[in-house]
Ligand binder design. Structure first.
Ligand code: RNT
Ligand code: ZN
Length: 418
């Protein structure tokens, strides 16, 4: 039997099987088709960027591994993203960091960046029907140190305030150009390595910096603020903790970014969705995979991601939650890293969309908790993978493991020659 025929047959059977538990697979497929994932550009080059500045360094972030073939310039990033897009179904977004501008070999410092440095990206994205998102970059710079927006030194603080203001302006231009709001994420690493005795001071400074940054109102971009638990070398205190940004987000109605690697490992990120939906306007996600710490391993289909997707679908919040990825593994083929992570995220949402929710909720309403648990268990092995294969087939992209060979070929032809 030909593969297409097999996939079609399996889908027809799966469709019947799902109907028996009250689930419409065609409807689930339509919703999955609309799920737009914000693909992070920084897995292409290990979060290096293309500034022509001297003395970079400065810490705040770290990628590990030295697999050959990383993108060395904007053209190579685009080439790699183009390849990735041929191996995943759906229409997605691309999330850029400020250090990925087109600076034409000139030393443009972070407090000098302008929309003009990103018009090439806007044009390129438009040609592909991609929407752009944006991020300010406060790490990897001589002024990064341990404190940026929360630095008691006004000169350094102002430098980063100016940078972040400019990032908002760039995001506004992107949003206007693409006629769709640009999600701008603000994450800073600010913190201290050891016991800190003036925690309030730095948090107050960060609050003031944010107020200043957010003073201008924009219509085509949305602000997202991302918390973190700790950073390497900054283990004892993080200025922008979850409590801090949750409080700020609720007070100022900003979008809180939940990075799945930024919490205690036993904490459920999925459980935060329903609370944030009540008190903040929308939610931004950085789907990642922490191993022992915020290690930014490639996203896979594990229980954490599956549960996160389920909570979003159960809350009927697909239109209020923005799904972005954030990992950078420099130890394996980078194109492969993207494809695995994007496909895993889509699989998690597909499983969520195929959940027999009506029956589960009836059981719950009736206090039938054995029945609820039993159906949840059985739902795990319903033939969702037949629906997944059909989704890939219908979109004309590699079914199952077929993408491995395609990535190996791209490695032979392109990345191995860099
Ligand atoms: C770092 C944050 C942040 C970065 C990117 C590059 O811990 O997760 O989102 O990974 O901005
Ligand atoms: Zn993140």
């Amino acid at each position: 039997m030909k593969k297409e025929e097999m996939v079609q047959k399996a889908y027809d059977m799966a469709k019947e099987r799902y109907l028996a538990v009250g689930v419409d697979t065609d409807k689930a497929l339509d919703e999955l088709q609309r799920l737009s994932i914000s693909i992070h550009c920084w897995q292409t080059d290990d979060v290096t960027g293309f500034e022509a500045l001297e003395n970079l360094g400065g810490g705040g972030i770290q990628a590990t591994g030295n697999y050959p073939g990383r993108a060395r310039n904007v053209d190579e990033v685009r080439q790699d993203i183009d390849k990735v897009l041929t191996l995943v179904a759906g229409r997605h977004r691309l999330s850029l960091h400020a250090i990925y501008g087109e600076f034409g070999g000139k030393a443009v410092d972070r407090d000098e960046i302008e929309p003009a440095h990103f018009t090439g990206w806007m044009q390129w994205a438009k040609e592909r029907g991609l929407k752009l998102d944006f991020n300010s970059t406060s790490f990897g710079h001589p002024k990064s140190g341990d404190l940026t927006l929360a630095n008691p030194d006004k000169g350094i603080r102002d430098f980063w305030i100016e940078h972040t203001k400019r990032c908002r302006r760039i995001s506004e231009e992107m949003g206007k150009f693409q006629d769709d709001p640009c999600m701008m994420n603000l994450w800073i690493h600010d913190g201290m390595k050891d016991l800190t005795v003036n925690r309030l001071q730095y948090r107050r400074l960060l609050e003031r910096s944010l107020d200043e940054i957010f003073a201008a109102d924009y219509r085509h971009m949305k602000d997202c603020i991302e918390a973190k638990l700790f950073g390497i070398g900054l283990e004892s205190y993080t200025v922008g903790s979850y409590d801090f940004y949750l409080g700020y987000g609720v007070k100022k109605q900003k979008i809180v970014t939940l990075d799945t690697g930024h919490f205690h490992l036993s904490e459920s990120i999925a459980d935060k969705i329903s609370s944030l939906l009540l008190f903040t306007p929308e939610i931004m996600l950085h789907v990642s995979r922490p191993i022992r710490w915020d290690s930014d391993h490639v996203t896979i289909l594990n229980d954490d991601v599956a549960e996160l997707a389920k909570e979003i679908v159960r809350a009927g919040a697909l239109d209020r939650v923005h799904v972005g990825l954030d990992y950078f593994d420099a130890s394996i083929n980078r194109i492969g890293a993207y494809v695995i992570g994007i496909r895993a995220t889509q699989k998690a949402f597909l499983q969520a969309l195929l959940e027999p929710l009506a029956s589960l909720r009836t059981y719950e309403d009736n206090g039938q908790y054995f029945e609820r648990l039993a159906l949840l268990e059985e739902a795990k092995s319903l033939p969702w993978n037949a629906v997944w294969d059909y989704f890939c087939l219908k979109n004309n992209i590699a079914v199952g493991e077929d993408y491995i060979a395609e990535i190996q070929q791209y490695e032979r032809d392109v990345t191995s020659k860099r």
